[in-house]
Design a protein around this ligand. Structure first.
Ligand SMILES: Cc1cc2nc3c(=O)[nH]c(=O)nc-3n(C[C@H](O)[C@H](O)[C@H](O)COP(=O)(O)OP(=O)(O)OC[C@H]3O[C@@H](n4cnc5c(N)ncnc54)[C@H](O)[C@@H]3O)c2cc1C
Ligand code: SF4
Length: 441
């Protein structure tokens, strides 16, 4: 079990958050790419949500055509560099590689992908240019992976694109949410700059769209609107003590960590409540910030957690202790949190039951990681925009057109919360949907 010293400098922070997938050098990339069997109907490619031609780009790396490899990747996925680092490759492309059936490690597809894309980004090699101006304008709300992918695709087709973004930086949760040991802020932002420099879309930062007047204005000024707004803040637990000092939402905690790095104060004893990937990240990150005791508490058994097994293993290796079958009853303390009381739970035929038995874990901080709220109130301001019973935007799954024909949508706001690669795919598809719709009018 790892024990991390509290980082006091940026270097110590970077050491504690050392990259899980470091960049390959050319020799490593050459040897790794030599292992590829260039399978017909490659299962790795079929497992990629964006359908990158993986055997082709691996072959291009192997024959020294790194620029061509990067183009193959970006042709399918505009967020190709970040995806190489942050995708759960073990359950996608690498999980599907034929070597898994032969007791041989699968190709390191994510790292090979980065080998190619990092080089063109670092060398600022142009691979794309905007298409001839077609006289039409599209507004995009949200500069996350979905919004950026839609913008790139629309620019190639000659649209003028303006992105309205609430925050100060592009890429959404890629820079504000993903665990820092998967990708650095610089890596995320370098890719964003590389894309914007080539594609020439405008991003209006700190420009949240929040009122009906703003929505009406966008509708007047643009031919189509893409919604890539993602999800909202951490959902509340609805129990006593949530307003105590030291009780924070996981998404907000991680955002502060990514922006403030070693300057974030994480106390000695932390309780993280939840069983999804965000809970695993928040727990691992607390341990890497020097917390001595990090308890990850989930209401059901370990095997019922929503998180990927490898994310839980990583948290445990960072020093996190799992506590299962425990439902939070109340957050304790006066002014400041000093513990959490839990009910012991039982899973009876899939139904969670609990009686009077309770126990308490003492702590100085509680991180709630029980999901993100949806953007319901914003979305309800748009006339004719239907949401499903889980408050996700309803779309046609080919064109990503919503029930208000002028609006298209993709990413977490549509899929309810998936991965960067899904946002990249849906943004690109929606751009094609916008093009098809405007050209049919
Ligand atoms: C803690 C955490 C860790 C994650 N780790 C991973 C990981 O390791 N790998 C992975 O692939 N995925 C991960 N994900 C999921 C991934 O980050 C998301 O699926 C992806 O970012 C969704 O892209 P999006 O464009 O739909 O939304 P977002 O990335 O959320 O971007 C939406 C953007 O819209 C802006 N916005 C919202 N409302 C408005 C408005 N009204 N006006 C203007 N702007 C607005 C927001 O500020 C934001 O920039 C993680 C998610 C979280 C929460
Ligand atoms: S499945 Fe593995 S060996 Fe086959 S093409 Fe894909 S990466 Fe290469």
């Amino acid at each position: 079990m790892a024990e991390y010293k509290k980082p006091t400098t940026e270097q110590e922070y970077l050491d504690n958050f050392a990259q899980k997938k470091p960049l390959m050098n050319p020799t490593e990339a050459y040897y790794e790419s030599s292992r590829c069997l260039f399978c017909y109907d490659a299962p790795c490619m079929n497992a990629c949500p964006t359908g990158i031609d993986i055997p082709l780009f691996i072959k291009q790396i192997n024959t020294g055509n790194v620029k061509g490899a990067a183009k193959t990747i970006f042709d399918s996925n505009w967020i190709g560099n970040a995806c190489g680092k942050v995708c759960p490759t073990g359950v996608l492309c690498e999980g599907a590689c034929v070597y898994n059936g032969q007791d041989v490690p699968p190709l390191q597809i994510g790292r090979l992908q980065n080998f190619a894309t990092e080089q063109v980004i670092r060398e600022k090699t142009p691979l794309y240019a905007p298409g001839p101006d077609n006289g039409r304008q599209v507004a995009i709300v949200g500069a996350g992976p979905a919004g950026i992918a839609a913008a790139c695709e629309l620019r190639v087709m000659g649209y003028t694109v303006d992105i309205y973004e609430a925050k100060e930086k592009p890429s959404g949760l890629t820079v504000y949410g993903v665990a820092p040991y998967k990708i650095t802020n610089e890596e995320v932002l370098d890719e964003m700059e590389y894309l914007q420099n080539q594609m020439g879309y405008d991003i209006h930062y700190q420009s949240p769209i929040t009122t009906k007047e703003q929505i009406a204005d966008l509708e007047k000024r643009y031919d189509a609107i893409f919604l890539g707004v993602g999800l909202g803040p951490t959902a509340t637990l609805g129990i006593e003590g949530e307003n105590l000092e030291g009780v924070v939402g996981a998404v907000e905690f991680i955002e502060e960590l990514r922006m403030q790095k070693h300057k974030v104060e994480v106390p000695k004893n932390v309780v993280v409540i939840g069983g999804g990937n965000t809970a695993m990240d928040a727990a691992s990150e607390s341990a890497r910030m020097g917390a001595e005791n990090v308890y990850l508490v989930y209401r059901r058994s370990k095997d019922r957690m929503g998180a990927y097994g490898f994310e839980y293993e990583l948290a445990v290796k960072s020093g996190v202790k799992g506590v299962f079958s425990a439902q939070p009853k109340a957050l304790l303390g006066e002014g400041k949190v000093n513990g959490v009381s839990f009910y012991r739970t039982k899973d009876v035929n899939g139904k969670l039951e609990y009686g009077d038995e309770t126990f308490t874990i003492d702590c100085d901080m509680v991180i709630k990681a029980t999901g993100q709220a949806k953007m319901g109130s914003f979305l309800q301001m748009i006339d004719g925009l239907e949401l499903d019973n889980r408050k996700r935007i309803k779309v046609n799954l080919e064109s990503y057109q919503t029930t208000n024909p002028k609006y298209f949508a993709g990413g977490d706001a549509v899929n309810g919360g998936a991965e960067v690669v899904n946002g990249a795919y849906e943004g690109k598809q929606a751009a094609k949907g916008i093009h098809a719709w405007l050209n049919a009018l």
